[in-house]
Design a protein around this ligand. Sequence first.
Ligand code: PLP
Ligand code: COI
Length: 350
Amino acid sequence: MNIQKITQSKLSNIKLESLAFGETFSDHMLVCYYKDGKWGTPSVEPYGPISVFPSLKAIHYGQSIFEGMKAFKDQDKNVFLYRPEMNFKRMNDSAKRMAMPEVPAEVFLDGLKALVDLDSAWIPETPGASLYLRPFMFASESAIRAASSSEYIFMIICSPVNTYYDQPLKVKIADKFSRSASGGVGSAKVAGNYAASFLPTIEVSKEGFDQIIWTDSSTHTFLEEAGTMNVFARIGDTLFTPCLSDRILHGITRDSVIQIAKSKSIEVIEQDITVETIVNAHKDGSLKEVFGCGTAVVVSQFSSIGYKDQLLTLPVLQAEESYAVQIKKWLQDIQYNRAEDPFGWRVAVK
Ligand code: PLP
Ligand code: COI
């Protein structure tokens, strides 16, 4: 790996505790080029603009994928990544679906560690804060024939972040737009999935909602995801979450929530959840909580759910009664090295 360090850090001019999500980037970035059927040597260099041609295939055909993960600092300033092998695997699953080359572990995992180690001063230490890591790959061949690119650029950039949402969210169940369809790219972390979600999200925001609950594209009767989160509903004392499919992103936080909940003797059932089940459970009082989870948001409670003309207001639970609050705490205790890690999820960065 080539390492070219900055001469003067930008950090002294920045207040890490008051940054908006994803608008400030650390001193360095990782870059690696794929050409002639192979990856070159990755290099860590000062964060800055890259030069590309207007005929870049990623711009014209959207061959572009990414990951989202975080680095955490504990009280003694030890630095940890959280389940990085899962992001590495998902990045390469996305690459396969998008006819892009897989990224080698020496580039993705060793590159992440080298970059995070170098920019570890950028990991905020305030509660709930972390360094958000964004590995991504895009088609860089300069040609506009509509076919898979022969050249790619893999990069990692880092952004110090605070809590994503401060308040419980008002969400609206989609009955017109869809995020993904069977046979499509919903389970891949493809840039275009997010582009397609912006208009529907803007539309619900005009009605006062923060996010959309995506439903299946054919009938709009099954819950799938919520904004950029996987979704859980607590009915009685059981947690339900939709089964994974090629329409749903296989969230690492989702998997963590399931494993943590089960380890604390909370029953978790992965099964298709209909909108009708949610409406009926709300009516009979058994719908206690609905929440989303993802790397950026961790676990985020919903305060109400809009469905057509109805607004289902969810009960306000005491913190110690709420699965969402408890699971978020257990998860963050592992991430910030405040508790034992029985699952072996923390990976120390030296
Ligand atoms: N679903 C979507 C569409 C997402 O963008 C994300 C965020 O990454 C998630 C779910 C949650 O995935 P993870 O927990 O791996 O961050
Ligand atoms: C994440 O949770 O990491 C995401 O990918 C959400 C992001 C689009 C902000």
